[in-house]
Ligand binder design. Structure first.
Ligand code: TRP
Length: 331
């Protein structure tokens, strides 16, 4: 009778790209009817790299407004800010005692970020996957929709759940990653063999959800392709293949349909059509986001009720955990 639980979160750092939209947000919206969904803004994860405090706060609200603008319904899912639910940090501490330094220091993202932020290899950066495991396990989530880059983190959450259950008795649902297609396939417009990333230094490489129509069209015009002027997907044409994938994702059509549509058309017109397909979807979302951001009272209410719901679920799991590990529960 109970719906299965979905948990996911996004960090309020960097500008979200259309890859994030296709891979995460759009799928979250699709899942809200079928599942019991908890969606968080992972601001505690965000501070594992240096953040400007004012910007972090602003981005948090922007992200919430964006989720809502994309169609997340606060009546259906719990939308909240991670730091507003104290159990995340509390469960993280307990899980820290069963997570090994060795396994954490081997995580791909930890190694990448240590290289990138060599001046700030802090404990939080290494502990990032344990906090993420706490996020997921607190809600007894069955499925965790994430991009392929987060798969390893969900696997560690699984390992920790199993390890805890074995040591202390059945406590946590063992979560499974739901690796979303679409988002994973969206590549850089400048180096189409690389994933489109919100932290790419070249702004022409990514389409941000904040880009206006003209910027979107201009970036697609400059997208790297090849010189044979045939709009067909193939392995030796990563640029055109990527543009076709983007077009299909935004239009909801198949590759064959898109190739048929563009048969005999030059790259210039094709790129323009891809740009328009994207702008047609993201421009109305931007307008709605702007409208919501002007209504801070409403956003506050959404986050308050989301945090209340999350808190109730999280408290249930945490008290079970505290009992299992033998914490004294006086007062
Ligand atoms: N680490 C994720 C990312 O950067 C965000 C995140 C935090 C998350 N906690 C999570 C995703 C729990 C899924 C489940 O994309």
């Amino acid at each position: 009778m109970d719906k299965k639980v979905i948990y996911s979160a996004v960090q309020p750092s960097g500008n979200l790209t259309i890859g994030n939209y296709l891979g995460a947000i759009r799928n979250w919206v699709r899942m809200q009817d079928e599942y019991d969904c908890f969606y968080a803004v992972a601001n505690m994860h965000a501070i594992t790299v240096k953040q400007d405090p004012a910007e972090l706060r602003r981005r948090t609200l922007e992200l919430v407004a964006l989720y809502l603008a994309c169609g997340l319904d606060p009546e259906k899912c719990a939308l909240y800010v991670q730091s507003n639910v104290p159990q995340h940090a509390e469960l993280c501490w307990v899980l820290n005692t069963i997570a090994y330094v060795g396994e954490l220091s081997r995580m791909t993202q930890f190694k990448d970020k240590s290289q990138k932020h060599a001046e700030n290899i802090n404990m939080g950066l290494m502990d990032y996957p344990v906090l993420m495991a706490a996020d997921i396990l607190l809600y007894q989530a069955q499925y965790v929709p994430v991009g392929a880059d987060q798969k390893q983190h969900v696997e560690i959450a699984r390992d920790l759940a199993i390890r805890f259950n074995n040591r202390f008795g059945d406590t946590f649902t063992v979560p499974e990653p739901l690796i979303l297609k679409g988002g994973a396939k969206i590549c850089s417009l400048q180096e189409p063999t690389k994933k489109m990333s919100k932290s790419d230094e070249n702004p022409n490489a990514s389409i941000y959800l904040t880009d206006d129509r003209d910027t979107v069209i201009r970036k697609f015009k400059r997208a790297v392709t090849d010189s044979d002027n045939v709009v067909k997907a193939s392995e030796d044409k990563p640029g055109i293949t990527n543009l076709l994938n983007i077009y299909c994702a935004f239009k909801g059509c198949s590759l064959e349909e898109a190739e048929g549509e563009f048969a005999g058309m030059g790259y210039g017109d094709f790129k323009l059509a891809v740009g328009e397909s994207v702008a047609d979807v993201i421009t109305p979302v931007q307008a709605e986001q702007k409208r919501l951001l002007a209504d801070k009272t409403y956003l506050g209410e959404v986050l308050k009720s989301g945090a209340d719901r999350a808190y109730k679920a999280a408290r249930r799991t945490l008290s079970k955990v505290y009992r299992k590990v033998g914490f004294y529960e006086g007062n």
